[in-house]
Design a protein around this ligand. Structure first.
Ligand SMILES: [Zn+2]
Length: 182
């Protein structure tokens, strides 16, 4: 297994033919579209990923090119209940079958269960990882228990003190004089 600084460009065909496995962890700062989702927060966090190539043989005896990919990251999303940041763990594990052309991919993607992609010379693993993580983001991120409830309780406590002082202005005056004497 290798550790790359960023999930690399891959020649998927030869990657599969050699049954290679690679893995690594990339700073989130390399994933601009994910940083949009976190409003730029957590750029120094890491996204862990791994990928394996495989050649399978179909029923007709022809070789199929497969890429298996796993990725996981903890993203700083915004809680839709209290609007404070919430850590969301997002992980994906997917397999893709690669075919010769974009037309084949489109045609076959509808007909079969697996995801079908076209082989390209410019295949970037990091882009596929980012696409898949984006699709897996929670629709409504939120805390199991919002911390704002604690803040609300603290505000209530202050409110009670304030209203008690309002009821007794002389107490406030006495407090101020005390403060002056000190
Ligand atoms: Zn919340």
């Amino acid at each position: 297994m290798n550790t790359e600084s960023l999930a690399p460009r891959l020649d998927v065909k030869s990657f599969a033919q050699s049954s290679r496995e690679i893995s690594g962890h990339d700073a989130l700062s390399n994933y601009e579209r994910l940083l949009v989702e976190t409003h730029g927060m957590g750029a120094d966090r890491f996204l862990n990923w791994s990928a394996q190539g495989e050649i399978k043989t179909d029923e007709a005896g022809a070789d199929q090119i497969w890429l298996h990919m796993q990725a996981a990251v903890t993203l700083h999303l915004t809680c839709q209940r209290c609007l404070a940041p919430v850590d969301s763990v997002v992980s994906v594990s997917r397999s893709f079958r690669f075919v010769a052309s974009e037309e084949d991919a489109e045609q076959q993607d509808d007909d079969c269960e697996e995801d079908v992609l076209a082989l390209t010379s410019e295949f970037k693993l990091s882009e596929l990882i980012e696409d898949e993580i984006l699709m897996e983001l929670p629709l409504v991120p939120r805390h199991d228990e919002c911390p704002s409830e604690v803040i609300m309780a603290a505000e209530d406590a202050n409110f009670e003190v304030a209203s008690a002082e309002k009821r007794n202005p002389f107490a406030v005056l006495a407090k101020l004089q005390d403060a002056k004497l000190k």
